[in-house]
Design a protein around this ligand. Structure first.
Ligand code: SAM
Length: 246
């Protein structure tokens, strides 16, 4: 006879990190609120030992997208809040934390559906190349699952208070900023102009700064600080500064 395990309430669990994200996002400010919005944002997921074996991803290459389950490591020490002011509602209304994708949750778990572009391995490293991520550089990953269109894509689903995709605004560059971008693209091979257009176009400003025209902002992308301001409903990139990586 099998004896049922005692019912456990309020249990705690421990998860093991299986991988780490490397991305162009070096600070939270500017990261889109969901994946798929900034298509120029490249990212990789490197599997860590003992999970860096080809066996563990056998068959995954046939899936165009994967679920990446990760830890909101940069905000987890700030704890959680029962209600949140979603940016979608202009920061004016509070919604229950479980009705949002906020980072400040009872368990700091995030999940993103990401395009799986390729898998490479060599010299003991196993790397998944991903598209259009919404993840900070250094994000710890705790699980990967294939995205199953027949079960996960639900065309009739309702989007609550966030039914529509993000509307992109215009982004312009000063001559100086454009020249800096072109030099950077030539040197690194990275699509910096497209990345900046998409990151700023989705308006990364928190709701309480939406009315502040003419205020200078800085967004960290790769090893750069992109200096910009909002002018007449569009975003003007003023210059690029070299960041000193921490
Ligand atoms: N797609 C995920 C989800 O629904 O669980 C994340 C949604 S959350 C609203 C996206 C935001 O998380 C980004 O805009 C960024 O500010 C933040 N973020 C990304 N990686 C993070 C990390 N490692 N730690 C803390 N915050 C992070």
């Amino acid at each position: 006879m099998t004896i049922p395990k005692a019912l456990t309430l309020n249990a705690t669990f421990q998860f093991q990190q299986i991988g780490v994200i490397r991305s162009c996002y070096r600070q939270k400010f500017g990261i889109p609120r969901q994946p798929g919005i900034v298509t120029a944002a490249e990212a990789t997921l490197e599997l860590l030992p003992p999970f860096n074996q080809e066996n563990l991803v056998r068959g995954l290459e046939g899936f165009s997208h994967i679920w990446v389950h990760f830890i909101f490591h940069q905000t987890m020490d700030e704890g959680w809040r029962p209600t949140i002011r979603p940016p979608r509602l202009g920061g004016r209304q509070r919604m229950g934390v479980f009705a949002t994708r906020s980072t400040h949750r009872p368990n700091p778990l995030g999940m993103s559906v990401l395009e799986l572009q390729s898998i490479t391995s060599g010299s003991g490293r196993l790397i998944l190349h991903l598209g259009a991520a919404d993840l900070l550089d250094g994000t710890p990953v705790v699980d990967i699952k294939p995205y199953l269109p027949y079960a996960d894509a639900l065309p009739g689903a309702e989007g609550g208070f966030a039914p529509l995709p993000v509307v992109m605004a215009d982004v312009k560059f000063t001559d100086q900023a454009m020249a800096q971008c072109l030099r950077y693209e030539q040197r690194t091979g990275r699509k910096l102009i497209q990345l900046i257009e998409q990151v700023l176009g989705q308006d990364p400003r928190p709701a309480y700064l939406h009315k502040t025209i003419g205020r200078q902002h800085g967004t960290a992308l790769w090893d750069l600080n992109v200096v910009w301001e909002c002018i007449d409903e569009c975003f003007l990139v003023k210059e690029l500064e070299q960041r000193v990586e921490q």
